[in-house]
Design a protein around this ligand. Sequence first.
Ligand code: ZN
Length: 83
Amino acid sequence: MTPTTAAVTLFTIVTLGYLALCAVSPFGNCRKCRGFGFYMKTDRRGRPRPGRICRRCHGDRKRIRVGRHLYNAAARTRREGTR
Ligand SMILES: [Zn+2]
């Protein structure tokens, strides 16, 4: 197997794996708050306290995956175009 073939194979496997991930679980944890839904802050004694609601996911804890977002956009465009 040449290095190019190996690279293409690896890329294909990674892409297929990501597509499968998008199909199985279209939502991932919010990257900003790591799935907490709010920011953690510490009080003056250094103990962790729940802070404000995450600005990015508004406390939903989840974000849509990029691949799924692209699929949704493509599906919407196709639906709009073929009716
Ligand atoms: Zn968040």
